[in-house]
Design a protein around this ligand. Structure first.
Ligand code: HEM
Length: 231
């Protein structure tokens, strides 16, 4: 009997295992530290900061998949983008819930005032609200339904990324331009994000894809050359 797709030997690839374990680790560590009393004197702030950092990390990782797949020809990365993006959304949601629920005890009028008074929170809220439609429509059924508009919609990530970095840097209350305060980490995230966004720009992306396939064929030629010429 003819089989179209080769039977899968293992249900998960090594990359999938690393990704899922790595994604649940910050949450497991947070729960463990919380239960063992291993959090800072301000546990709510600690939780807020850790979930915020996890969210921005997974957002950046999800954006890194396409350029890395183009350069290294590692196609599996494209299949992991959605999960990474959803993990970013999961941590951003926890981050938001901790703020709204634990920090402000659902005091909506106070929350409203704070959001308006502190621009960095307004930026965070905007980024979060923009993430919501992306998370909902990240599933294949929506990709089929929205057709061309799906790509258009998911371009919002070009706005979300910079907003999140701005929110991060501002939350650290440093001066991004003078690299003052605890600004080094947001500056590194910002730089990585900038490089990734440039790599996604169509002309750059095409150039990289061409370079990637050139390098791959060079590599294949070298391999076949060395195996047909032993010694
Ligand atoms: C409803 C939306 C959001 C609210 C209300 C919010 C609120 C906050 C607050 C209050 C802080 C300061 C915590 C502190 O140091 O005391 C903070 C920091 C932070 N937020 Fe958000 N945020 C939101 C959305 C987001 C999103 C969407 C991301 C990333 C995808 C994010 C990532 C971060 C990061 C990385 C920090 C800094 C963590 C650190 O100090 O190391 N936030 N946020």
């Amino acid at each position: 009997m003819k089989r179209d797709t080769p039977m899968k030997k293992y249900p998960f690839t090594p990359l999938q295992i690393i990704m899922h374990l790595g994604a649940w680790y910050p949450l497991a560590k947070l729960a463990f530290d919380f239960l063992t009393g291993n959090v800072s004197p301000n546990p709510i702030q600690d939780m807020e900061q850790r979930t915020g950092r996890a969210a921005v990390t997974f957002l950046v990782l999800s954006l890194a998949c396409s350029p890395f797949s183009a350069v290294f020809g590692w196609k599996e990365l494209l299949k992991r983008r959605r999960a990474l993006g959803l993990y970013a959304f999961l941590y951003a949601s926890l981050h938001m819930l901790i703020f709204v629920n634990l920090d402000y005890g659902l005091a909506w009028s106070l929350l409203y005032q704070t959001v308006l008074q502190k621009p960095y929170i307004l930026v965070g809220v905007t980024a979060f609200l923009l993430l919501v439609p992306l998370a909902i429509t990240s599933f294949p059924v929506w990709q089929k339904r929205l057709k061309k508009n799906w790509k258009r919609l998911h371009r919002i990530v070009y706005v979300i990324g910079p907003l999140v970095i701005l929110h991060y840097a501002w939350a650290k209350k440093g001066d991004l331009l003078r690299l003052q305060g605890d600004i080094l980490r947001p500056a590194i995230y910002g730089l990585v994000l900038l490089v990734l966004l440039i790599l996604r720009w169509a002309p750059v992306r095409k150039g990289i894809a061409a370079l990637g396939s050139h390098l791959q064929s060079l590599f294949t030629n070298l391999k076949t050359g060395s195996s047909s010429n032993p010694g």
